[in-house]
Design a protein. Sequence first.
Length: 291
Amino acid sequence: MRPTNIQGYLAVSAKFMTEEGMARGLAYQPDPTDIFISPYAKCGTSWMQQIVHGLRTGGDMGFDEITQVTPWIEMAHDIGLAIPGDQPHPRAFKSHLSYHRIPKGGRYIVVLRDPVDAMRSLFRFMEGWFFETGSIPIADFAENYLHRKERGDYWAHAASWWEVRNRDDVLLFAYEHMKTDLPGTVAQVAQFIGVHDPDTIDIATRQAGFDFMKTHQDKFDDNITHAARDPVMGLPPGEATTKVNTGKVAGEAHLITPGMRARFDARWSETMNAEFGLASYADLLTALKKT
């Protein structure tokens, strides 16, 4: 039986990642060419993994699940993957770590996303996996998300990367900009990781499109993580998840009440506005577009 309330969801979540696994990931010593793909959860991580892997391999799709070829550095030990593993060049890793915590010495690609969209996407991703479908109202989930403690909150993560956005080894994107200009996004990533062949860039762009990834969604379904962690968390087997859902910006808007939006706006004001003078996520998008 999956949890049916926030308390049960948090208890299951606490078993997802071990301190030993995290410590092993944090101890990794990167090469200068290593690429860390480190958005916050549900902000475009798998999408960027697919772009980077397509660019470095010319479109290889011979993996069973994307985590095999771009290991999740803070979870690799817990799901039985080696770090760095046998990877193409440049080596690439998934992460959700802030700049302050991630191993230093590599190169970093981060995607930012409207926090309400990120919350809603995480809610749908966890529903049916970490808790029973329909059992937890999105309002309860959103309230926990606003001050998420178990692995750091959205705003601390965003602030840490925004602060270093002008470093030569950091490349920031917005999920919304990726949606409107995927070819431009792939071209920027290609330049950042040293890929210059036009045919390779074209292939990677096509294979990062929503229709292509939806057709191959089983390669982005966390099956390795399910197999390794579901028994530890006490979750029943057989539930499939996908990271290629609708691909929409501001999806399921009817779920987001004015009060919920106001709570998220207030949290933004307390953090990103207070620290960087960004009054809203829309202001961040404008500022990022100018860089």
